[in-house]
Ligand binder design. Structure first.
Ligand SMILES: O=C(O)c1cc(=O)[nH]c(=O)n1[C@@H]1O[C@H](COP(=O)(O)O)[C@@H](O)[C@H]1O
Length: 275
């Protein structure tokens, strides 16, 4: 099954548009694992077990593993997801972006080494830096479009004077992803929940692109406005929350607390889609 169908299937089965972000910080682990990078796998696997029936996707952020020399634990974690949550796709948040020959290696890392279903990419270097990922049939690639951080203002909303209609940079990218760049229907866009009006603008430019939307929870994005701006049916949005779920409790009940927060968030998102 290709990534887009897998996402749609998981969203329908789990009645969810919640993507559970896996950003493990050993300093925030409960005792007796606190401060121990050796327990990244156990911590994340417990979160996966607690939320497998509530998530439309899992999104491990590779830096949180690589910074601790824990890539092998990431491989084990993805294998664990394949066992306990076969129907839930894995989006590897790597934000790669480089010339074609190097991008081939990054694509191999994401899709062959880790076996991810989709990856996040920076499109700043242009289409030839994205193309190598499209050589993997059925895999997904989300391009950073209107990011959730305040610094996203520095470039993304600038108008392009030499493009017809002078769209903003992020709108131009959204149109490319809806059109000529999306040769095999594999591309999606990353837009921040901290900018719901821009989500609506992106949705207008790219009516059928899957959107990965981080920024609810710890970054304070507006969950209800996000759904209203971006939702277009099952699988159309994967709304990510990481820290608010992972660290809902610092105690031994961390997995139960993560489940409760994931359930609460999933239900808020679903209610917004009904309203
Ligand atoms: O590509 C991403 O996932 C991403 C894009 C973006 O614009 N903003 C953003 O926060 N992210 C990622 O989404 C996650 C957000 O984490 P929380 O703020 O803890 O929910 C982190 O892994 C970020 O790296």
């Amino acid at each position: 099954m290709n990534f887009v169908d897998m996402l749609k299937d998981a969203a329908t089965r789990n009645q969810s548009m919640l993507c559970v972000g896996l950003d493990p910080e050993p300093a925030r682990f409960p005792a007796p694992w606190q401060g121990s990078a050796a327990h990244i796998y156990e911590f994340c696997a417990a979160i996966v077990d607690a939320t497998a029936d509530l998530a439309c996707a899992f999104k491990p952020q590779i830096a949180y593993f690589a910074a601790h020399r824990a890539e092998e634990q990431l491989e084990r974690l993805i294998a664990h997801i394949r066992t306990v949550a076969q129907h839930v796709p894995v989006i590897l948040d790597a934000k790669r972006g480089d010339i074609g020959s190097t991008a081939q290696q990054y694509a191999k890392e994401a899709f062959e080494r880790y076996g991810a279903d989709a990856v996040t990419l920076s499109p700043f270097m242009g289409f030839d830096s994205v193309e190598p990922y499209l050589q993997y049939p059925g895999k997904g690639a989300y391009l950073l479009c209107r990011t959730s951080n305040p610094g996203g203002d520095d470039f993304q909303p600038q108008r392009l004077a030499d493009v017809a209609g002078q769209p903003r940079l992020y709108e131009h990218l959204a149109r490319l992803v809806q059109g000529s760049w999306n040769t095999n229907g594999q591309l999606g866009l990353v837009v921040g929940a901290t900018y719901p009006q821009e989500i609506a603008a992106v949705r207008q430019c790219a009516p059928s692109a899957p959107l990965l939307i981080p920024g609810v929870g710890a970054q304070g994005g507006d969950a209800v406005a996000t759904v209203k701006a971006g939702y277009a049916g099952p699988g159309s949005v994967a709304i990510n929350s990481s820290r608010a779920i992972l660290y809902a409790s610092a105690g031994p009940d961390f997995a139960q607390a993560a489940r409760a927060e994931a359930l609460r968030t999933r239900d808020v998102l679903n209610a917004a889609a009904q309203a």
